[in-house]
Design a protein around this ligand. Structure first.
Ligand code: AVJ
Length: 372
């Protein structure tokens, strides 16, 4: 088998490359393949997307730009908040059912994770995979290793850190990190599978209810694209947060998950303005804004905004913007799903929901979608 890697970017120290290289594997440690870099932050597209969003009738900023280094750290803190039940619910599901979930996977399986972040949740899945499908004689340094963990994320530093963290605990799983946007990374790994391991199953895990950031229209496009890359027999493990009307979940639970008492979510939201000022040399008076997030029950989604406390103007590049008192800039949607909405979207995009697992409070679900 040939391992095709992208050209090594010059900013990666050689020591790190050697440490990560397949030639440097030590006994009882998983092999980490060198990170594949397919993603490069483009200053121009950041600028253009920000300006486009601020010129829109309803002003918005693209959600993905919430996650610079500081934003990713703040999000990690959000996941530890007592109010942010989503993380604990998903962890509980994995704690209870990881073995059951993995028992549906093939013995030759690459677990691909979209947006791995710190990769904490994945631990339970990897444990189950390692117990069920690998044995000690079959060490991961073998290029024939049939069980891989493929984290895909644009945050390269988080990727490197989580690969290191897993190295000791999963000696029989080959770790294959990819720094890319989701579809770009998916296309790469599917092509690797098709070329070098055609009988291997791709088990694509999309944690955190991140799909909720997309509008239903965008989510359908995403699912169709993913479906076109997957084969029959592959699987999509999709995490979704549950709406209020189809369940007994109180609206308050949702509200406080996005309005925590320590204002970590507020800091996470406001951070995008600091980032724009810093990276695009804009002049936004950040103190003019307050965090605003509420549950839109009619549309089953959290809507998050930055709300202006008073009239002001600022500039980004050559553009000047006037913001009215009370005007809102949208930074995020977080859609919540009923069982029937999920089933409907799956069937519209070439999938079928084979099975869903829930936490004991039934606040969150993890679903096995099969291409059909
Ligand atoms: C990472 C997109 C799943 O929508 O709940 C958390 C992001 N925003 N608090 C979510 C988020 C505010 C989170 N996702």
């Amino acid at each position: 088998m040939t391992i095709i890697t992208a050209p090594v970017p010059p900013d990666i120290p050689t020591r790190l490359m050697q440490q990560n290289s397949i030639f440097a594997s030590r006994a009882h440690n998983a092999t980490i393949l060198p990170i594949i870099h397919l993603w490069h932050h483009k200053h121009e597209s950041f600028l253009h997307e920000v300006i486009d969003g601020l010129l829109a009738e309803q002003k918005f900023l693209p959600t993905k730009y919430l996650y610079d280094q500081h934003g990713s750290e703040l999000f990690e803190r959000i996941t530890a908040l007592p109010e942010y039940y989503l993380t604990r619910s998903e962890q509980e599901i994995l704690h209870l059912y990881a073995d059951d979930i993995i028992s549906h996977a093939h013995t030759k399986c690459w677990l691909v994770e979209l947006g791995s972040g710190s990769g904490k949740k994945t631990r339970r899945l990897l444990q189950a995979l390692q117990e069920q499908y690998t044995n000690v004689e079959h060490h991961a340094s073998s290029e024939y290793s049939s069980v891989r963990y493929v984290p895909i994320d644009i945050a390269g530093e988080f990727l490197a850190a989580s690969a290191q963290a897993f190295q000791h605990d999963f000696p029989n799983i080959l770790i294959h990190p990819i720094c890319a946007e989701f579809m770009q990374g998916m296309e790469y790994i599917a092509q690797q599978r098709n070329a070098h391991a055609p009988n291997t199953q791709l088990l694509v895990y999309f944690p955190g209810s991140t799909i909720g950031n997309l509008t239903h229209e965008e989510a359908r496009t995403f699912l169709r694209q993913l479906r076109s890359i997957l084969h029959l027999g592959d699987a999509f493990l999709l995490a979704t947060d549950i709406d209020t009307s189809s369940s007994g979940k109180p609206i308050d639970v949702l509200h406080y998950a996005y309005n925590d008492q320590h204002d970590v979510t507020a800091a996470f939201n406001l951070n995008i303005l600091h980032r724009i000022n810093r990276e695009l040399h804009a002049t936004i008076p950040v103190e003019a804004y307050q965090h605003c997030a509420y549950y839109n029950a009619a549309l089953s989604r959290i809507e998050m905004y930055l709300e202006s406390r008073y009239y002001h103007t600022f500039s980004v590049s050559t553009h000047t913007f006037s913001i009215a008192k009370g005007e809102r800039i949208r930074t995020e949607y977080s859609h919540k799903f009923s069982d029937s909405l999920l089933q409907h979207m799956a069937s519209q995009t070439g999938f079928i929901v084979k099975r869903s697992w829930y936490d004991t409070q039934r606040f969150f679900r993890l679903s096995w979608l099969s291409p059909c």
